[in-house]
Write a protein that binds this ligand. Structure first.
Ligand code: SF4
Length: 225
């Protein structure tokens, strides 16, 4: 499934994150995924209905203005379900920030994406890093930026090739999650859960203490539900 090139359906964004890829990165979670992995930690992003439509130039402006981040991580949902618009987004950001890096998660294997539609190949061709393959609960593992042992961290350009090559079995470990608490008793979190059932446990404990899941800002100022 591919949407129009000028609009994205977005579930959530954050401007700064240190647990979903190298350095400090913006993150865009797109809305909608055609897969249904058992144990998916982002169930609310799976339906293709319900996201917030965001104009690509508007999101590109916002990302390019984040001068303290080195790139963006595309997650979801399934980024390659909106490949055409995401490829256009990266082109638009790089017109002003040529060195802006791009990482994406996908439930599809790299080999399948390489044989995919022109739009999917276009997005693939704009990525520096790819975490590929579906989450497999039976192979859950606390790995660097990945949730199960079948998922690979692939350097698609030279930008992070050395970093990836330096990861050894000993330090291929979880980098944890980031939890953000608001003054209004809201909370949100980002990252790859290191243990199965993490999300349910965290949210239950925080909600028992009076915190509520935060409704996240999206780039056009509207909010997801
Ligand atoms: S591919 Fe990712 S978002 Fe889609 S169901 Fe699997 S884990 Fe969830």
């Amino acid at each position: 499934m591919t949407g129009p090139a000028d609009t994205l359906s977005v579930a959530r964004t954050v401007d700064r994150c240190t647990v979903l890829g190298p350095g400090v990165r913006a993150v865009v979670w797109v809305q909608g995924c055609p897969l249904r992995c058992t144990g998916c930690v982002a169930a609310e992003t799976l339906p293709f209905e319900g996201g917030t439509p965001v104009a690509v130039p508007e999101l590109a402006d916002r990302l390019a203005a984040l001068t303290d981040v080195e790139g963006v991580t595309l997650s979801g949902g399934e980024p390659f379900a909106q490949a055409e618009a995401l490829a256009a987004l990266l082109d638009a950001v790089r017109e002003r920030r040529p060195g802006f890096t791009a990482m994406a998660y996908s439930g599809f294997r790299h080999e399948a994406l390489r044989r995919g539609t022109p739009a999917r190949r276009a997005l693939l061709g704009r990525l520096d890093l790819l975490v590929d393959g579906p989450y497999a609960a039976t192979r859950h593992a606390a790995l660097r930026w990945r949730g199960s042992a079948n998922q690979r961290l692939l350097a698609l350009t030279g930008r992070y090739a050395e970093l990836v090559a330096r990861i050894t079995a000993e330090d291929d470990t979880s980098v944890g999650i980031e939890v953000s608490m608001g003054a209004d008793s809201s909370f949100s979190w980002a990252g790859v859960p290191p243990v199965p059932g993490f999300r349910e446990t965290l949210e239950a404990r925080l909600e028992a203490r009076g915190f509520a899941p935060r409704t996240e800002s999206v780039p056009d100022g509207r909010r997801t539900s």
